[in-house]
Design a protein around this ligand. Structure first.
Ligand code: PMT
Length: 227
């Protein structure tokens, strides 16, 4: 039998990628399919949570049973939706891949092809939604971030994750390694669950639902801990 360990808990989850419009038909986007965020929503609902899922662009995914779905396009739309939902959420999970920048100007008409060299696209910084949610945090609210990292010669995926946890100020951070068969668009994921108290739990290679179970187990352990 499924343990309803999240009964009475309202969780707000973001999923998918944002699309930053250039003109009415073009955008800058990313490869997030929403599969990880949807898996988090499905597992939370199975464990009895009330789930609000805020989804940007995703693959063609079925909305998990019992989950309230809100659709958004750009990072700014995602930000507005998350702030509204967060006002009433006990747990927030940011699994969305949010564009760090958006085109500075949005052309009202389709950009025309001309024989001259095209104008460069200039970009403006988007708000960091996770950082904002952390500073607006309600008493007792638990905030979980995600980080998709590729390592380089000098710094490992895990080191980038540790630095990001500190910078963002969230309680938990899932670091997933981007690579063959993992993370963006894939069925599987793997990585670490880092906690602000310093604990680091490896998450073995497995389905996105398995990773979701690790996250919800950690959330439940924290909320039942003696304060
Ligand atoms: O959707 P899938 O195809 O299943 O893939 C899942 C995933 C790889 C997209 C997901 O598991 C994941 O890692 N999501 C975060 C992607 C990422 O690279 O995040 P980031 O390092 O840019 O940002 C770190 C955290 O800050 C994230 O929680 C992100 O949601 C948040 N953020 C980032 C930028 C921004 N402007 N606002 C934010 O809130």
């Amino acid at each position: 039998a499924l343990e309803r360990t999240l009964e009475g808990v309202h969780v707000a989850i973001s999923a998918g990628g944002t699309r930053e419009p250039l003109d009415p038909v073009r955008f800058i986007g990313n490869r997030s399919s929403g599969k990880q965020g949807y898996a988090l929503a499905r597992v939370a609902a199975q464990r009895g949570a009330r789930v609000t899922l805020v989804a940007g662009n995703t693959a063609d995914l079925a909305t998990p049973a019992g989950v309230d779905l809100i659709r958004v396009g750009s990072a700014v739309e995602l930000k507005d939706a998350m702030h509204k939902v967060a006002a009433d959420a006990d747990v927030i999970v940011m699994a969305a891949a949010v564009a760090d920048f958006r085109p500075t100007s949005l052309t009202g008409h389709k950009i025309k092809k001309t024989s001259a060299d095209p104008d460069p696209i200039t970009l403006t910084k988007n708000p960091d939604i996770l950082v904002e949610l952390v500073s607006a945090r309600r008493e007792g609210q638990l905030i979980v971030g995600f980080a998709a990292e590729t390592g380089d010669d000098t710094t490992s995926v895990l080191d980038y994750g540790r630095a990001k946890l500190r910078r963002k100020g969230c309680d938990l951070l899932v670091v997933n390694a981007v690579g063959a068969g993992l993370a963006f668009e894939q069925e599987n994921n793997a990585g670490w669950l880092l906690s602000a108290d310093g604990s680091e739990t490896p998450i073995p290679h497995g389905s996105k639902a398995q990773l979701a179970s690790v996250v919800w187990d950690a959330v439940t352990a924290r909320s039942t801990e003696p304060q």
